[in-house]
Ligand binder design. Structure first.
Ligand code: URA
Length: 241
């Protein structure tokens, strides 16, 4: 693929704009050599106006979503994409969110342009464990953990009962709930089903991943080892169905 076409796919402009970018000598190697459109290149070695390129195709990005940001490419702002370079919305294919978090939920959100991996991570047939930190309006009564673990609890409007979920309490109103499904507003609806109102909700873990080292509103690209770990976790989740 030519350099201009590659840059256009990463959202640096239209094909024509990227051809002009290359022609204007703004695209160079890490060592400063001018790159021309037909030159061979390696992603890590390309600089645009001196800056390394955005994540390469096939990346998985881990974002620490603040409350208030919407998981959509075209909803009313602020969008989770407002936390990244504006180019991300011009990429082909787009770095899509892996499932969604509600606007009023914070925490770990993955994005990827690897469609099959995204599908694997969101398939309703198997789900990686996801850990949510929850603050309730009122203290637990005592029977909630058993209700969530039972595998018989039903959400209003849903036919199938919920899979067993693990509830552990850090304090009477501060809990960690680990679920293996991804139903619409699942955590808030689960607590509503047992008579509780969720005040704050934060996703702390997604399979083997957590938010260590990623400040609120920031993101990082997962390493190849971390992506392998995710794939491995999917295989294990499939195996344990
Ligand atoms: N469950 C919810 O209710 N909301 C989220 O954002 C995620 C899980």
């Amino acid at each position: 693929m030519s350099l201009a076409r590659y840059l256009a796919r990463l959202g640096y402009g239209t094909r024509k704009e990227c051809e002009r970018l290359v022609a204007s000598r703004q695209v160079r190697s890490a060592g400063g050599a001018i790159l021309r459109d037909a030159d061979p290149f390696a992603h890590e070695d390309v600089r645009v106006d001196g800056a390394p390129l955005d994540p390469p195709p096939g990346s998985v990005v881990l974002l620490h979503k603040p409350v208030g940001y919407v998981c959509s490419t075209r909803d009313r702002p602020p969008l989770v994409y407002d936390l990244a370079p504006p180019r991300w919305l011009q990429r082909t294919p787009v770095l899509a969110t892996v499932g969604r978090l509600d606007a009023d939920t914070s925490g770990l959100l993955l994005l990827t342009d690897d469609g099959p991996l995204n599908h694997q991570l969101t398939s309703p047939r198997w789900h990686l464990p996801k850990g949510y930190d929850v603050t309730l309006a009122d203290p637990l009564r005592g029977e909630e953990a058993e209700q969530f673990a039972s595998g018989t609890l039903r959400l209003q409007g849903d036919d199938a009962p919920l899979r067993p979920a693990l509830l552990s309490a850090q304090a009477p109103r501060q809990l960690r709930l680990t679920i293996r499904e991804g139903r619409y507003h699942q955590v808030r609806r689960m607590f509503a089903a047992v008579g509780h109102h969720v005040v704050t909700l934060h996703r702390a873990t997604f399979g083997p991943l957590d938010l260590t080292g990623v400040a609120l509103g920031h993101w990082r690209v997962l390493s190849p080892e971390e992506v392998s770990g995710l794939r491995q976790a999917v295989q294990e989740a499939k195996g344990s169905r």
